[in-house]
Design a protein around this ligand. Structure first.
Ligand code: SF4
Length: 290
């Protein structure tokens, strides 16, 4: 049985940047707080915790002062920076440059559209840290659309700017755009209403999808390694599953079942932008024993 690890799977540059920053600081300081999971992967968090990283939430942030706190790749809303200033907290900002650019775009878009009584829509997952950071750029006014049912919150008589969380599927984003366009046509507003689509998907994720589909269809069995909280993990796994029915989602080796590999000649191992390389290597070694 030939076991291959997908070369393109693993940390994106945003996650690498945040983890390297944490490791660098922890070389000198024995303890460092990080606001939220530094990466959506418990195994990697366990490794960093042993070096001194402590994950805190926003309630804990409000009660801390005179310390250093790392901001992870997902970014934060302005309110976090205000609390830090008030509590004399030094923020070590590892927000991904792609997310920072998107925050800036949304802030600018919101300033424009509020002058014409319009709305900002963010296609993303409610409660996801990146989305919270994005909504924060609009004084909390942006409408979060996770599924097409959420479009009931939109007033189709008013101008619309739409943006996407960086890690959403291009096909799902396009689907929402098409539904909005159809709605505008159906109410006769298509020509007169300002509807502007901002393509803000991260190419580190969307560029990975076609390549991953090719990888999935060229192996008998696919083992997709990811934390369960990873948005892009869910999205990329569902792409694998469409291409190859024998695709299995795992977070660690204890979830692997030997019967998955019956009659398999090739096994492909791949993962999300938050999956560490060392974990995929551990999975490969484990499977090679069968
Ligand atoms: S997926 Fe893209 S936007 Fe998100 S952290 Fe990675 S590089 Fe940045």
């Amino acid at each position: 049985m030939k076991v291959t690890i997908d070369e393109k799977s693993g940390f994106c540059f945003g996650v690498v940047y945040a983890i390297e920053m944490a490791e660098e600081i922890l070389k000198n300081d024995r303890k460092l707080y990080c606001l939220g999971d530094i990466v959506h992967n418990n195994k990697e968090i366990d490794r960093l915790s042993k070096l001194g990283l402590e994950i805190i939430d926003h309630d804990q942030l409000a009660n801390l002062s005179d310390c250093k706190i790392l901001i992870r790749a997902h970014g934060e809303p302005p309110s976090t920076y205000e609390i830090a200033l008030k509590n004399n907290i030094e923020l070590l900002d590892a927000s991904c440059p792609v997310v920072l650019k998107l925050q800036h775009q949304i802030k600018e878009g919101y300033e424009q559209i509020k002058n014409i009584d319009g709305q900002v829509i963010i296609f993303g997952k409610e409660g996801h840290a990146e989305v919270t950071g994005l909504v924060g750029q609009t004084e909390g006014k942006a409408i979060i659309v996770t599924t097409k049912d959420d479009l009931s919150k939109v007033n189709f008589e008013k101008p619309i700017y739409i943006y996407s969380q960086t890690t959403k599927s291009p096909a799902a984003f396009q689907n929402i755009i098409n539904i909005i366009k159809d709605k505008l046509i159906s109410i006769g507003k298509n020509d007169e209403l300002k509807f502007v689509v901002h393509d803000t998907l991260c190419r580190q994720v969307s560029g990975r999808e076609p390549q991953l589909k090719f990888f999935a269809s060229n192996n008998d069995v696919i083992i997709f390694v990811s934390g369960t909280k990873s948005s892009n993990g869910k999205m990329l796994f569902s792409s694998c599953k469409i291409e190859n029915k024998k695709s299995y989602f795992i977070s660690d080796i204890n979830e692997i079942q030997e019967e998955w590999f019956e009659n398999a000649l090739t096994v492909g191992i791949c993962g999300a932008t938050s999956t560490p390389r060392w974990l995929m290597e551990k999975v490969a070694k484990f499977i090679q024993k069968f």
